[in-house]
Design a protein around this ligand. Structure first.
Ligand code: GDP
Ligand code: GDP
Length: 454
């Protein structure tokens, strides 16, 4: 009743430059059997069998999506951390230490009926050092009669103990109000587009056939749409129906008037190309299939990748490609486009119309990959399996571990790995490759950052 998963995780049509910082992290720490998992279940609004009756059992999943009053956050059950630390008190202290590094808010759970133990005090001492906001929960306060027990926990020096019954939900709403109040300020999330046209840019070096393709596209489906209710279209853009859907074609004025070549400066043309890429959600990069892939082509592709836009590669002028050329092109693709094997490729001809009808489906696929969100629970299940099957190599006697992962944003998908130490670049590439293998992201760059605990 109190806590609901409000669908934070549904793919939205977020704007590309939406300032989405990482979703804040709330870590729940405490010694075994105080009710951490029960509390986490309460926070995520589910009653799955995460609770284990065996104290100290390592859980296979640690991080979950949650939200309260419209504020999304990730909640981490640290019960599964530090399985090999020596001694219980040391282990809990280490757990608290980790939480201080990785989380934005730390919730220390103590059994309010048992009262504070040496172990609780060790954790409290770590958390007292500050750095992160801490909330002290006196759990298992199932009724008012037990509330005086909770008050005894003032002695831990972490401020007012909050009487909670994770099992029955008592006090958990008040706790969440306080958690949310302590989350770092976040820019207001942009409203998901109300089904407005998706913005697409057709780019490529001069003479690859951009304006020919534009003509073909707008002629083929006849309709050049003038207006869509509730949208304002930049005067240099145009709306066109392609493949049964209205798209906003970015900077078609530049293509129609051939501004780039008419003004004669390549520099001006490239500025315009960069602006079109920035303004678009999905970019169709045209290459002239009848000529070798050039450095200029590669610069444009790199720009799309760096700008984090969805990408479709169209090899135009396919009508001019013979068997010989096809052979060399395949080798050029292998050599020059190895970095971006994730982008859909089409062989088209703006002149004959060959495969032009495949563009819209490819753009839709790329946009879907661009706005894919992997739920935190699923992501962490995946991380656990990945780390078990393929652990990080030991480096100088230590072996960095991934504690948990969150997806910080979409458009393009961005991930943060919280780790016990720096990861080898090769291992990060491995994680990225596996992310693509298992979750797709076809047509989209993805970004991966690592946050090692100090
Ligand atoms: P963890 O090891 O800290 O994650 O603790 P669990 O969530 O697994 O809970 C340990 C035991 O305490 C389980 O049997 C829970 O049902 C019980 N428990 C958790 N919260 C409460 C509570 O608020 N009241 C009571 N009476 N029992 C609780
Ligand atoms: P832009 O500078 O990228 O806008 O290129 P244009 O659309 O102006 O095309 C440059 C030249 O390539 C023109 O002569 C077009 O007729 C020709 N062209 C464009 N697309 C094709 C194609 O698919 N096949 C062939 N053979 N020529 C094409």
């Amino acid at each position: 009743d109190l806590l609901s998963d409000d669908g934070f995780g549904a793919p939205g049509l977020a704007l590309p430059d939406q300032p989405t910082g990482p979703v804040p992290v709330v870590a729940v720490v405490g010694r075994p059997n105080v009710g951490k998992s029960t509390l986490v279940n309460r926070i995520i609004g589910r009653r799955q069998a995460v609770v284990q009756d065996t104290p100290g059992v390592t859980r296979d999943r640690v991080a979950y999506d949650a939200s309260w009053n419209g504020r999304p956050f990730t909640v981490v059950d640290t019960g599964g951390w530090e399985p090999d630390a020596k001694g219980r008190a040391a282990a809990i202290a280490a757990q608290a230490e980790s939480a201080m590094q990785a989380a934005d808010v730390v919730v220390l759970v103590v059994d309010g009926v048992v009262g504070s133990t040496d172990t609780d005090e060790a954790a409290a001492r770590v958390l007292q050092r500050g750095g992160k906001p801490v909330l002290l929960v006196a759990n298992k306060i199932d009724n008012t009669r037990l509330e005086s027990d909770a008050a005894a926990l003032w002695s831990l020096g972490l401020g007012e103990p909050l009487p909670v019954s994770a099992l029955h939900g008592r006090g958990s709403g008040d706790l969440l109000d306080l958690v949310v109040a302590k989350l770092p300020e976040q820019p207001a999330a942009a409203e998901p587009g109300a089904g407005g046209p998706r913005r697409v840019a057709l780019v490529g070096r001069p003479n690859v056939g951009k304006s020919s393709l534009l003509n073909k596209l707008t002629k083929q489906d006849r309709a050049v749409v003038d207006n869509v209710a509730g949208t304002t279209v930049d005067p240099v853009d145009s709306l066109a129906e392609i493949g049964g859907q209205t798209w906003q074609l970015v900077d078609t004025a530049g293509l129609r008037k051939r501004v780039g070549t008419a003004s004669g400066t390549e520099y001006y043309a490239s500025l315009r190309t960069n602006a079109a890429i920035d303004a678009a959600e999905v970019v169709v990069v045209l290459l002239d299939a009848s000529e070798p892939i050039s450095e200029q082509d590669q610069r444009i592709l790199t720009k799309v990748e760096e700008a984090g836009r969805a990408l479709v590669i169209a090899f135009n002028k396919w009508d001019l490609v013979d068997e010989d050329r096809r052979y060399f092109l395949a080798r050029e693709i292998e050599r020059d486009l190895r970095r971006i094997t994730w982008a859909p490729r089409l062989n088209i001809s703006a002149r004959t119309g060959r495969a032009v009808d495949k563009l819209a489906p490819a753009m839709r696929t790329a946009l879907a990959g661009w706005q894919t969100r992997v739920p935190t629970g699923r992501l962490n299940q995946w991380v656990t399996e990945l780390v078990q099957a393929h652990p990080h190599p030991v480096r100088g006697g230590r072996q960095p571990r991934i504690l948990f992962a969150t997806q910080a944003g979409i458009c393009p998908p961005r991930f943060v790995l919280f780790t016990t130490g720096a990861l080898d670049a090769a291992y990060v590439r491995y994680v990225e490759r596996r992310l693509r293998e298992d979750f797709g992201f076809v047509g989209s760059p993805i970004q991966l950052s690592v946050r090692p605990r100090k």
